[in-house]
Ligand binder design. Structure first.
Ligand code: APR
Length: 230
């Protein structure tokens, strides 16, 4: 028998217990910065130095963080299911936990790109500085989707969700579109689960089970429940 297709949408909440701050749990401030000052095209035009510093700092945070039991738990599900993770996170904790099919909707902190040509993408572990340029001579910027920018990977994500036999959401407030809208593409009859410290609001979702727990504990409970779908 072929494995069932399990599609998992994750957000900042799954990495919270690894010490990475979520976006909306701290008064609209993100590591002390207002989102519009660091994560928009306007911010980049106005003060690229500040934007680089902010992401250089976040890159260092992610390097220092480790995957937690929730990341590992989702990776282990590959033994029994055909798992795809669609993450809004820019960290690499799913990769480091061993998951093998991961789609990063909002970019990746360990990548940078030309500010002119989005197809010129490079790996980066250290810091990006003003004056660092891509092959086309344009300034390098983080390979991150900022507010107000298109989310090209959504085109890939929609058919993945549509083909799911089981759909899971872990640690996202489901307020940022188009990512939040993915929930509506899961076929109506399939079992759906949300794991979150505080279950986010969703409009009618059929066949939904909610697990209101921190991700590490919640994923462990989820794994027990999923056994009945093997
Ligand atoms: N375990 C489980 N869930 C948690 C935990 C935890 N330990 N801590 C927080 N959460 C939940 C919160 O209850 C909330 O529902 O994680 C969610 C975090 O929500 P947001 O901070 O809004 O993060 P996210 O949904 O990933 O944000 C989406 O917004 O800023 C942009 O591009 C950025 O990808 C990001 C997008």
């Amino acid at each position: 028998m072929s494995k069932k297709k399990l599609v998992i949408l994750t957000g900042a909440g799954i990495s919270a217990e690894s010490g990475l701050k979520t976006f909306r749990d701290s008064d609209g401030l993100w590591e002390g910065y207002a989102i519009e000052d660091v994560a928009t095209p306007a911010a980049w035009r106005k003060n690229p130095q500040l934007v680089l510093e902010f992401y250089n700092y976040r890159r260092k945070n992610v390097l220092d963080a480790e995957p937690n039991a929730a990341h590992f738990g989702l990776a282990e599900l590959e033994t029994d299911f055909d798992v795809t993770i669609i993450t809004q996170n820019i960290d690499d904790l799913h990769e480091r936990a061993g998951s093998t099919h991961i789609l990063h909707l909002h970019g990746e902190i360990f990548k940078m790109r030309s500010e002119k040509d989005e197809s010129l993408i490079y790996e980066i572990q250290g810091a990006i500085q003003m004056g660092d340029v891509a092959e086309d001579g344009a300034q390098l910027r983080p390979h991150i989707v900022w507010f107000g920018e298109a989310v090209p990977k959504i085109e890939e994500a929609v058919p993945i969700v549509q083909s799911a036999d089981l759909f899971v959401v872990v640690g996202t407030s489901l307020v940022v579109y188009p990512a939040a809208g993915l929930v509506n593409y899961a076929r109506r009859p399939i079992p759906k689960f949300i794991v979150d410290k505080k279950i986010p609001y969703t409009s009618e979702v059929y066949n939904l089970t909610t697990i209101e727990k921190p991700a590490t504990e919640g994923v462990s409970e989820l794994k027990e429940l999923l056994k009945s779908y093997l």
